[in-house]
Design a protein around this ligand. Structure first.
Ligand code: MG
Length: 123
């Protein structure tokens, strides 16, 4: 199983990547939405994408819209990982095509539970 982790914070990317590796995932990191789109173009074989909301170049919302506009990428499970607690933002993300959301701060167990909800498990 391969995961694409998108966050402009290196610390947050590393936290998420460590959790995912412990769960048995191979992890590719991207520093913002635009970087992630380039990584999808060159290597679209991801089983799940975890994306931050606030990022330069292309934010999480714009990224979700861009991914869902491409037929080959439409089926990839997508989770927002965000500090954004406003319900309207979560609703926007889900309406744009996100499948789940996870609020920071989170525990590895919370991340694992959300992945299980998406049907994305390595075991
Ligand atoms: Mg951010």
């Amino acid at each position: 199983m391969r995961a694409l982790v998108i966050d402009d914070s290196a610390a947050m990317r590393n936290i998420i990547a460590r959790c995912l590796k412990a769960l048995g995932f191979d992890v590719v990191q991207a520093i913002h939405g635009k970087d992630a789109v380039e990584k999808l173009r060159s290597d679209a074989k991801f089983d799940v994408i975890l994306v931050d909301w606030n990022m330069p170049e292309m934010n999480g919302y714009e990224f979700i819209k861009a991914v869902r506009a491409v037929e080959d990428w439409r089926g990839i499970p997508l989770m927002m990982v965000t500090t954004e607690t406003e319900t309207t933002q979560v609703v926007r993300a889900l309406a744009a095509g996100a499948n789940e959301y996870l609020m920071k701060p989170f525990t590895p167990e919370m991340l694992g539970d959300k992945l299980a909800l998406l049907g994305v498990t390595t075991s």
